[in-house]
Each structure stands twice: as structure tokens, then as C-alpha cells.
Write a protein that binds this ligand. Structure first.
Ligand SMILES: CC(C)(COP(=O)(O)OP(=O)(O)OC[C@H]1O[C@@H](n2cnc3c(N)ncnc32)[C@H](O)[C@@H]1OP(=O)(O)O)[C@@H](O)C(=O)NCCC(=O)NCCS
Length: 195
């Protein structure tokens, strides 16, 4: 089965709900604006899908009381033909502080039952490709990504995709320590062509 990124849709909703019952998995920085429980989603699945596909600006409230706007964003599901495997959140534009000093341009989360099987690297590679075209079109390069220093899987995933550590924050907006990386999309594209 080919692994691909698709917009959240009815076809994969049953598998997504099954993934939610495996435990919390969307704990990426900034979330993915898709935190409803199985019960909440089941009450009105169409409304849920409509909401999470809505790319209009969202305000993010952070634990230190500050609030920022993610002006342009999109959520994708990583699927393999029948199963929901994980989520990818792209934040194209918004308040610079929250993107460059905390949440980053890209967030990836793999469903709990499929962790540590290589899906994260696959999702991130597809996300970087997808975002690459969008950012290039708008002249945005490099992009920023972040993770908690204790999150080894996320650190490895970022390093696999050309991430260079540029900042270590002891506390990012009240959420605790955070590592900030930059990724040069042009260099990454070249590296992928050569490999
Ligand atoms: C980060 C995350 C997406 C990685 O996905 P994954 O499918 O489990 O990762 P992969 O199987 O692709 O492995 C990626 C690397 O991390 C390593 N890894 C995976 N799980 C690990 C763990 N629990 N401890 C240490 N290393 C781990 C793998 O060995 C691999 O490194 P390598 O290729 O150098 O051997 C996943 O852990 C996740 O969804 N976490 C919750 C959300 C999150 O923290 N997102 C990141 C912030 S935006």
C-alpha cells in the first residue's frame, strides 16, 4: 500500500477514531487544532471534518498567558490505503514568535500503536516535500521546527531531514524546554535528489 498524505476525510475517520482509542498522540507543539475526543467527534463527524479542514486563522493560547495567531495552516493525515497512521500539521504563516521560537512550521504525530516503526520519518519526509513547494513559492526558507529535548524520536526525525540546532530555550512560553532547529529546504531538496 502506498503511504501518502491526504486531507482528513470520511474514508479514514473510522481508523482515526480507532487510533484515538490507543491513547493521546497529537501532543505535538501547537497541537493540530484537532483535539476532540471520540465521543465529541462521533456526535457530528461532518462538522468535525469541516472544522479541521478549515484553514482560516486560529488563535493559540499558551500556558504563560500569551496568545498568538497562526494565520495560515493545514492538517494532513498520513494513510496507507486503509489505515490512518498519523497527522502532519503545517503552519505556513502567522506570528513570527510562535512559529520561530516554539511551534515550528511543521508538526508530526504518529498513532500510539505504530510508534517506532519508521512511519514518523516517512511522514516527515512527505511533509517536508509538500511544505517545500508551498514555502518555496512564497520565498520562505529556511523553515523552523522544534521539539522537547527529551523527545529523542522527534530529535532523530528532525536530524534525518537536515535539521540544524539553532537555539535551546529553557522555557518556551511556559511549556518547558524546547530545541529550535532550522531546515534549509533547498539543501534538503538537493540532498534528496542525490540520494
Ligand atoms: C516524534 C514521532 C513523530 C516519531 O515517530 P515514529 O514513527 O515513532 O519514529 P520513527 O519510527 O520514524 O523513528 C524515528 C527515529 O527515532 C527513533 N525512535 C523512535 N522512537 C523512539 C523512542 N521511543 N526512543 C528513542 N528513539 C526513538 C528511531 O530509532 C529513529 O531513529 P533512527 O532512524 O536514527 O534509528 C512520534 O514519536 C510521535 O508521534 N510523538 C508524539 C508527537 C511528537 O512528539 N511530535 C514531535 C513534535 S512536533
Amino acid at each position: 500500500m502506498p503511504i501518502e498524505l491526504v486531507k482528513p476525510c470520511k474514508e479514514f475517520l473510522p481508523s482515526y477514531l480507532e487510533a484515538l482509542s490507543e491513547g493521546t498522540h497529537c501532543n505535538m507543539a501547537l497541537g493540530a487544532f484537532a483535539d476532540e475526543s471520540v465521543d465529541e467527534i462521533s456526535r457530528d463527524p461532518d462538522e468535525y471534518l469541516k472544522r479541521i479542514n478549515d484553514t482560516s486563522p486560529r488563535v493559540v493560547e499558551l500556558p504563560d498567558g500569551s496568545s498568538y495567531t497562526i494565520a495560515d495552516h493545514a492538517l494532513f493525515w498520513l494513510v496507507d490505503g486503509t489505515r490512518y497512521l498519523g497527522s502532519v500539521s503545517l503552519r505556513f504563516a502567522g506570528d513570527k514568535e510562535v512559529i520561530e521560537e516554539f511551534g515550528g512550521h511543521i508538526g508530526v504525530a504518529i498513532r500510539p500503536g505504530l510508534l517506532n516503526k519508521g512511519y514518523g520519518v516517512r511522514a516527515a519526509t512527505l511533509a517536508w516535500q509538500l511544505a517545500g513547494a508551498y514555502f518555496k513559492e512564497r520565498g520562505i526558507n529556511p523553515i523552523f521546527v522544534s521539539c522537547n529535548p527529551t523527545n529523542t524520536a522527534s530529535k532523530r526525525l528532525i536530524e534525518h531531514n537536515g535539521g540544524k540546532l539553532v537555539q535551546e530555550k529553557s522555557d518556551a512560553f511556559g511549556t518547558g524546554p524546547s530545541l529550535i532547529y532550522v531546515i534549509d529546504l533547498c539543501a534538503l531538496e538537493q540532498q534528496n535528489k542525490n540520494s
